[in-house]
Design a protein. Sequence first.
Length: 158
Amino acid sequence: MDLDGVKGDYISDIEIKKLRKIPDERGTIYHMLRNDDEFFKTFGEIYFSTVHPQVVKGWHLHTLMTLNYAVIDGMIKLVLYDERKDSETQGNIMEIFVGEENYMLIKIPPHIWNGFKGIGEKKAIVANFSSIAHDPKEIFRKDPFTEDIPYDWMIKHE
């Protein structure tokens, strides 16, 4: 996968595509997902989550829901971890830097741990077009700094 802002090891079944922004003097249209798009399967709900700079939200894993994330304002570091026993990419970690500077749609299937951190100097707004309505019975959570997932949320000076 050769996309700007995607780092780490590929995780199978993760799909990413660049999205269109159409600006003019009145403002900007942000495309996300249409029912004739190959990413679209079913509609459960769409919701928005905000994250403040340097705050981590995660880890969480859905057993049924497919997530379709786009960040319409601000920037986040989205981190994915594959713990699936039957996956050829088990143990892999992906970092995806997404937001107003790198507008993309990220499709995350069930059973992938994910979390995100606000980066930059302003609050980020994350949209999720999910495949099912929220159901607290199908989500698992872990502390963002758990040792169960081999990831450090600190800035990496490369």
